[in-house]
Design a protein around this ligand. Structure first.
Ligand SMILES: [Zn+2]
Length: 50
């Protein structure tokens, strides 16, 4: 099984967008539609307690 590291390699991204994941969200590059490395953010909302 080939594990591809598909992260954005753009030097500067025109814009980014977020895609929700299980524990947080990834920032994605609008230019190449790949994840931006080290741009995973955990949901850390203290008010979001049920
Ligand atoms: Zn990119």
């Amino acid at each position: 099984m080939v594990i591809e590291k598909e992260f954005c390699k753009c030097v500067t991204s025109t814009s980014v967008y977020t895609i929700d994941d299980h524990w947080g969200y990834w920032l994605h590059c609008s230019d190449c539609n790949k994840k931006i490395e080290d741009e995973f953010h955990y949901y850390d909302e203290p008010d979001d307690v049920y």
